[in-house]
Design a protein around this ligand. Structure first.
Ligand SMILES: Cc1cc2nc3c(=O)[nH]c(=O)nc-3n(C[C@H](O)[C@H](O)[C@H](O)COP(=O)(O)O)c2cc1C
Length: 180
């Protein structure tokens, strides 16, 4: 059994999730390869893999173009594999916006880009980091999140990691269950 995990990331959040999913599945005795979508779109041979997990961070409502391209160029091969999708996004951090995130960033992408339904989809939180050096657009997005977090009484002076690592590992273990 072999699993390929392909992630699209702008700020590293999806990459860390992909690595953790990879570690969890490896611990189950399954071979895993984790790869940036930028590399995976360069003719990656999918034939050795039984399961392909594809994930992305979201910016202005969109997956990274490379993660989408990976789904597009492998459109005909993916239905022959078990496919799972995940996203990490700010909308996953709050109960009021979770449903919208599921619909817009997972269900819609699955419907538009996959010919066969994914075996599972994972919606994971993001990282709020007021001190990260990611440039102006990132800073503006953090200001937007700051106002939401302030309203909820969450301390915004420091980094907050909304990713639930137990949930991420549980999701990965459920995927491993589908292989063994
Ligand atoms: C400029 C910017 C735009 C964003 N736009 C959205 C958005 O439209 N919807 C959302 O749910 N999250 C949005 N987010 C939050 C990101 O999806 C979240 O930080 C995610 O974990 C980033 O993943 P990455 O680090 O792998 O790129 C945005 C973040 C930034 C910095």
């Amino acid at each position: 059994m072999k699993v390929l995990i392909v992630y699209g990331t702008r700020y590293g959040t999806a990459a860390e999730i992909a690595e953790e999913i990879g570690k969890t599945i490896k611990n189950r005795g399954i071979q895993v390869e984790v790869m940036d979508a930028k590399k995976a779109i360069k003719d990656k041979d999918l034939s050795p893999f039984d399961m392909i997990i594809v994930g992305s961070g979201i910016k202005m409502g969109k997956w990274t173009k490379e993660a989408l391209k990976f789904l597009e160029i492998n459109r005909k091969t993916l239905p022959t594999k078990k496919v799972a999708l995940f996203v990490t996004c700010g909308d996953a951090n709050f109960e009021e916006t979770k449903k919208r995130a599921w619909k817009n960033y997972l269900k819609k992408v699955a419907e538009e880009k996959l010919e066969k339904e994914p075996v599972s989809m994972g919606l994971f939180g993001s990282v709020y980091d007021p001190n990260a050096k990611h440039g102006l657009v990132y800073k503006l997005a953090m200001l937007f999140y700051k106002s939401q977090l302030d309203k909820m009484g969450i301390d915004t002076s420091e980094r907050v990691d909304f990713r639930d690592w137990d949930e991420i590992r549980e999701w990965a273990n459920r995927l491993a269950d589908k292989l063994v």
